[in-house]
Design a protein around this ligand. Sequence first.
Ligand code: CTP
Length: 401
Amino acid sequence: MKALSGKKILLGVTGGIAAYKAVEIASRLRKAGAEVHVIMTKAATSFVTELTFREITGQPVNTSMWDKVTNYNVEHIALANLADLVLIAPATANLLAKAAAGMADDMLTTTLLATKAPVIMAPAMNTNMYENPVTQDNIATLKRRGVMIIEPAAGHLACGAEGRGRLPEPADIVDYVCAYMGRTQNLAGRKIIVTAGGTIEPLDPVRYLGNHSTGKMGFAVAEALASRGAQVTLVAGPTFLKDPDAANIHTVRVESARQMREAVLSEYDSADGVIMSAAVADYRPQTVAPEKIKKSDDELVLHLVRNPDILWELGQKKQQQILVGFAAETCNVAEYACRKLAKKNLDFIVANDVSAKDAGFAVDNNRVQLYFRDGRSENYPLMSKRQLADIIVDKLETLLK
Ligand code: CTP
């Protein structure tokens, strides 16, 4: 089987001199087995013709939102939905700026905004344009949102300058795509449990004790696992997030820590790994009032009792399972995280400082350190939760080998 058999790749071509290299990229993608759909910006058509791509891909080529209608699907939505991957090569400074700003003023940018597929961009431009802080900021923004960037090569540019900005060789770009898509089945046959969100502990029929966790991190991890073929049981506390669409994610909704424990333990023996990203409540009210608690003039004192520590229990029962914990701390991050790693018998722990405004609870980004059983640690910069999910899954995959 070829590396990209059965995969649909949307190739976006923008208007830079390197647009001619996109012809070879399309051809190589096709030889690797992919069905290739091309969208060209208007500027790109000044460098290469639409006909060239149509001949190479055997598919109609889109250049405008206002082309004659060939079918009655809304075209940019249809293309956005069908793609397994979007590759933009070359990506001009203009395209990077529009994508970073979320603009949608042509077929390519509109499709980009509508797609949920992973996106790879290969910037190519004059060195000064590439090094301009505004372009670098746009690239950083796109990376933070999960766009994968293939760094341009250094060398002699068409404008006569020497420096960074050249589109890498088509073969290298297609290798990158194949490597990314090849990961897709690395976890086939593996069963992984992921917990997400916070638990809530009822106080009376209308009130509960809870925390700020939204479940975004755990859902991102479940999606990253599923995209590599794992069978995922996602045990989620109350969250506004919808069940993920992937057929290989089974979502189990729970409310309290004790329900989460039940759900996790019932799948544990046959699991290859558990990623506990949930913020489990350590305590619950000793009694749940059967009726709504009425206020009085006195103070209200709640008596709280300990909840089970799910991850600690998993650590005690551990056989073949790889165990991954999270440590949300507000101070002494390294020390507390390493203590939890040892105490709960984990393979690694993902630690973050939740007092930071731009990372952690309820936002799309996270900045973490990983601490491993063998004493190693790794520091990561601020990145999207989806990107971080891929890193966590990379580590799990290595440990499972
Ligand atoms: N955890 C768990 N069961 C609990 C509490 C936590 O399984 N009752 C898991 C979390 O999902 C996380 C890890 O243990 O992966 C660490 O959670 P955290 O709340 O940071 O640590 P605690 O062990 O509860 O310690 P403390 O709250 O004192 O920091």
